[in-house]
Design a protein around this ligand. Structure first.
Ligand code: PLP
Length: 394
């Protein structure tokens, strides 16, 4: 079939591909320990679900304004100001169909053929493909496990060319869990401001930070608005992945452009999901520290388990809910690249992980610890069996 060239520039999200493989096994009744999903295993909090039920009962099931209902845009601005110190007006806010859609729209509103977009690697899988689809060229700058995968301003500055239009920063990071300290973030922002480049900040995991790391937004800096695009999502913070609600905070002309794109594609995000999101942002947030405490417990467990495997190293994630061990020392012994290793793990031990290649980091595996301690323990047992069998087969 003859497909448009732009479709051939991209591939199916590799994280979703692994999920599909694991799902097929599960459908056959196989007990898969699934470290694949990048989503909370907690249910959406009750008061949020009730708000959606209420919206249904009140027949709030019609089209809404493309940019989202006015109270929700207002609530996003207030919530972001309260939690992360920004100062946006509703006219500088649009509600999107998840954070991914927010990124997709903003990139499409700004990036043209040949424009370069700097993305620190390892990166979330969708950033480069969204840039490519828009005709842009992703330019990767590498970050090191030994430095906790923290992106540095100096490296980003060195990658800037006259064609650079945007830098995308994701902190806390998927897949590494790295959190950029505020001082480093400010240096990255300064580099962008000086060169008049957009800084897109993907804050989807903002509220999942451990130890000294705290929720932070570069948009809290006075006067930063002209260069910053905030991408937010309710998916992770409020365990609402399936509801598909995200948002963009940016200067009004960009919001208007995104609104235009959205008006000719998805129209408004689902009306009842918007009412649920309104309850999430204006209601109690006690579910967030409860989830965070549980993730913290799991993080400790999985880190210890992974580090106990001979030849595997793992830097401590400061945020999100992923561990990203370096398994490269175990690849040389005949198991191939980390994609092959991930496939063998799924086939032989029924453990689902995402290979690092998908994130621009061959030699690594991504483990989501958004799964119970019991399943983590079972997964670690299987990993131990897998790697000791690989060692004896040498
Ligand atoms: C870094 C990052 N950004 C954005 C998203 C998009 O999330 P959603 O579209 O569910 O809001 C994800 C989801 O996994 C992510 O990991």
């Amino acid at each position: 079939m003859r497909l448009a060239k732009r479709v051939n520039r991209i591939s199916v999200s590799p994280t979703l591909a692994v999920l599909m493989e694991a799902e097929k096994l599960k459908a056959r009744g196989v007990d898969v320990v699934d470290f694949g999903p990048g989503e909370p295993d907690f249910p959406t909090p009750e008061h949020i679900k009730q708000a959606a039920i209420e919206a249904l009962r009140e027949n709030r099931t019609k089209y809404t304004p493309t940019a989202g209902i006015a109270p929700l845009r207002e609530a996003v601005c207030r919530w972001h100001a309260r939690e992360l110190g920004s100062a946006y007006e509703p006219a500088e806010c649009i509600i999107n169909v998840g954070g991914k859609h927010a990124i997709y729209n903003a990139v499409n509103a700004l990036i043209e053929d040949g424009d370069e977009v700097i993305i620190p690697a390892p990166y979330w899988v969708s950033f480069p493909d969204i840039v490519r689809l828009a005709g842009g060229e992703p330019v990767f700058v590498s970050t090191e496990a030994s430095e906790g995968f923290r992106a540095r301003a100096q490296q980003i500055e060195q990658a800037i060319t006259p064609r650079t239009r945007m830098v995308i920063i994701n902190s806390p990071n998927n897949p590494t869990g790295a959190v950029i300290p505020p001082a480093d973030f400010e240096r990255i922002y300064e580099a962008c401001r000086r060169r008049d480049i957009w800084l897109m900040t993907d804050e989807c995991y903002s509220h999942f930070t451990y130890g000294a790391a705290k929720p932070y937004s570069i948009a809290g800096i006075n006067g930063s608005k002209p260069h910053i695009i905030v991408i937010g999502s309710l998916s992770k913070t409020f365990a609402m992945t399936g509801w598909r609600v995200g948002y963009t905070l940016a200067p009004k002309p960009l919001i208007d452009a995104v609104n235009k794109l959205q008006s000719q594609s998805t129209s408004n995000p689902t009306s009842i999901a918007q009412y649920a999101a309104l309850a999430a942002l204006t209601g109690p947030m006690d579910s967030v520290p409860l989830m965070l405490a549980e993730y913290a417990r799991r993080r400790t467990r999985i880190l210890a388990g992974l580090r106990a495997i001979a030849g595997v190293t793992c830097s401590e994630p400061s945020g999100a809910f992923y561990a990203f061990p370096d398994v490269s020392a175990r690849l040389a012994d005949g198991s191939g690249d980390s994609t092959i290793l991930a496939r063998h793990l799924l086939e032989r031990q029924h453990v689902a992980v995402v290979p690092g290649d998908a994130f621009g980091a061959p030699g690594f595996l991504r483990f989501s610890y958004a799964t119970s301690i019991e399943r983590i323990d079972e997964g670690l047992r299987r990993l131990e069996a897998f790697f000791s069998a690989a060692a004896t087969a040498k």
